[in-house]
Design a protein around this ligand. Structure first.
Ligand SMILES: [Zn+2]
Length: 626
């Protein structure tokens, strides 16, 4: 594969390619120059010295023989990186790299106008990457005794936070301390804005076993921090006291915290949690309602999640708290790395097709052996929704999964492992929301299916839910299409895959016909909606009513009227909801709908009422029903 030498985004993800200058290598040299105090022009001159090493020509290098062109390409790359590199000369802010006007002389010194020279070249490159954090690379070049210079500097907090988090992942506590101790050398840093730095500092002290140091730091923060920070520290102590059932002490600390910083939004959460922990649920719900009103008046978007949670507590009491995310916030970096090194898909299942039915998916011995170990080690219990589990258990289980995949790479070719990993990856914070690990796992599940069916000459056979051995496959594939459904991407492929799953398992134990009905309706493909509904007659309310709407849209009004009468007879509530211009939302339970319930009717109305109105079907239906 040929890699565009300037596709920085590719280079970042690319470790083994030889035919392009290595991103890390160029970035590291930039960092060394910045640390040595060189300006950009001097840095570019340094790079010219090593042009032939960094960007060799001919085999192994970019397919560019012209040394001047190679020089200009390297310059563009260095300039792009320089802009992202925190600079010690600028108190670790990132420098502005001036761009010449279109008609000004080009920055490369060619004497041509910029627009006719390097601008044209830059345009051929992908858009500049601006979310890459080069602080870790700079820190590698910066001698440890100079790390203190970052304290109180203009370094981007997101860069610093990311760098510290990476150290924490590797449990490099000493590095964190070298970085953060200077920040807290005096009391100036003890302000609320730095609470997260303080947290990481505390974790690092714990990591190296300096519990006295940790206690002293926290004490200092409680005594000498600014009012919001002191309040935050007291809130933390209150929460710890409540955890140990020392409620009198906890409420005393809470009151102190409230007086120090009455506007702290976190007081709301803490108060509600403490009331519930003490068994005072009805008071908790009352207080949650109070806080919702109070926080809403502030109209701050970053409070929205908190307000939603409090509103939920007001409605449902303690259940709302226990189902909420309890702080599992690991990201999907590890899963991505594992995916990057996964072997190509290979068929490790045997199918025995008899009369068009493939029977159960049977693992070949090498996979069966690995799956045995997998099922002993991985319980999946940590990933079930609504479970009250320690977030750390999830992290540990994810580690176990990735270890097993490394030890038994054949597991990459099992639907069992893919399905469990999909669930796990869905809970992780995505590093790149446009390229979700869960989606990549789903794609692998689909490739695996194709490969297994082909190898076993079972392309047209059934793969039924009735055989328990087939369920992990059907689940993994369904999870993949649901991911696609929510991201609303590639509707044609989504329809094709949903049709495929209904063909493999026509009894549709997973309810995918409802998803397909929705996708086809959104696409306005009413002939296929009718065909689907005819395949599943007397079925879900959604399909019955969509059958009506699709027939109506196709101007088959007599048939539509007949199906409508049947639909109203079997699912009267849906039409009641559909008919009303305003309705009150009933209680909705995530992931489940009660047949014949208010929730079913409400959801149908939310999904389709607009179509009914737009097509004039609502008015027509009222007429038909008299
Ligand atoms: Zn130029």
């Amino acid at each position: 594969m040929h890699v565009n030498p300037f596709d920085l985004a590719t280079l970042v993800h690319d470790d083994g390619e030889d035919d392009a200058p290595h991103f890390d290598q160029v970035a590291a040299l930039c960092a060394e120059c910045a640390v040595a105090g060189l300006e950009l022009e001097a840095t570019l001159a340094e790079f010219e010295q090593v042009l032939d090493q960094i960007m060799p020509r001919g085999p192994g290098g970019p397919e560019v023989d012209d040394p001047d062109l190679r020089r200009r390409m390297l310059r563009i790359m260095v300039r792009a990186l320089w802009r992202l590199l925190p600079n010690p000369q600028l108190q670790f802010a990132t420098p502005e790299v001036p761009v010449p006007g279109r008609n000004d002389p080009c920055h490369c010194g060619s004497g041509h106008k910029y627009k006719a020279c390097c601008q044209a070249l830059e345009r051929k490159l992908p858009p500049p990457i601006d979310h890459i954090n080069l602080l870790p690379i700079l820190l590698e070049a910066l001698p440890r005794e100079r790390w203190g210079e970052l304290a109180g500097s203009r370094v981007g907090y997101d860069h610093l936070g990311d760098a510290v988090r990476r150290f924490a992942e590797l449990e490099q506590w000493q590095e964190i301390l070298d970085l953060l101790v200077p920040w807290f050398a005096d009391d100036r840093a003890l302000v609320m804005d730095n609470e997260w730095l303080l947290d990481m500092h505390v974790d690092a002290l714990e990591g190296v076993g300096d519990l006295d140091g940790k206690a002293r730091l926290l004490e200092r923060a409680v005594e000498r921090g600014d009012r919001p920070l002191r309040s935050a520290m007291l809130q933390r102590q209150a929460s710890m006291a409540a955890d140990q059932d020392r409620f009198d002490e906890a409420w005393g600390l809470f009151e102190k915290a409230r007086r120090l910083d009455p506007r702290s939004p976190n007081l709301s959460h803490l108060e509600v949690v403490m009331l519930i922990a003490e068994g005072r649920e009805s008071e908790a719900r009352k207080r949650a309602r109070f806080w919702v009103g109070r926080l809403e008046r502030r109209r701050k978007p970053d409070l929205e999640n908190l307000i939603d949670l409090l509103r939920d507590v007001a409605r449902r009491g303690k259940d709302a708290l226990f189902e909420a995310d309890v702080g599992f916030a690991a990201d999907d970096r590890q899963v991505r790395a594992a995916l990057d090194s996964a072997p190509p898909v290979c068929c490790r299942y045997v199918l025995d097709v008899v009369d068009g039915n493939a029977g159960p998916l049977e693992s070949r011995p090498e996979l069966a052996e690995a799956l045995q170990v997998w099922s002993e080690r991985i319980t999946q219990a940590s990933w079930l929704p609504g479970d009250q589990i320690d977030p750390e258990d999830r992290v540990n289980e994810l580690d176990d999964m990735l270890d097993l995949l490394e030890e038994y790479p054949v597991l990459w070719d099992s639907f069992e492992a893919l399905e469990t990993l999909q669930t796990a990856a869905g809970e992780l914070l995505p590093v790149d929301p446009y390229d979700l690990s869960a989606d990549r796992l789903g794609e692998r599940a689909w490739s695996l299916l194709e490969c297994v069916l082909e190898e076993n000459k079972a392309q047209d056979a059934l793969l039924e839910w009735g055989f328990v051995e087939n369920r992990p496959a059907l689940n993994a594939l369904a999870k993949a299409v649901m991911g696609q459904f929510y991201s609303e991407s590639q509707p044609d492929l989504l329809i094709e895959r949903l049709e495929c799953l209904l063909r493999l398992n026509p009894s549709d134990n997973q309810g995918l016909r409802s998803v397909l009905c929705r996708v086809l309706s959104v696409a306005g493909d009413y002939p296929r909606v009718v065909a689907l509904c005819e395949r599943y007659p007397d079925d879900l309310a959604e399909l019955q009513y969509q059958h009506v709407l699709a027939l109506f849209a196709l101007d088959r009004k007599d048939e539509a009227a007949e199906v409508l009468r049947g639909a109203v007879e079997f699912h009267p509530k849906v039409f009641e909801y559909l008919d009303r211009s305003r309705v009150v939302a009933p209680q909705l339970m995530p992931g489940s709908v009660i047949a014949g319930g208010d929730d079913e009717a409400f959801i149908y109305r939310s999904d389709y009422r607009e179509d009914w109105q737009r097509l004039g079907a609502l008015k027509w239906a009222r007429g038909v029903l008299g």
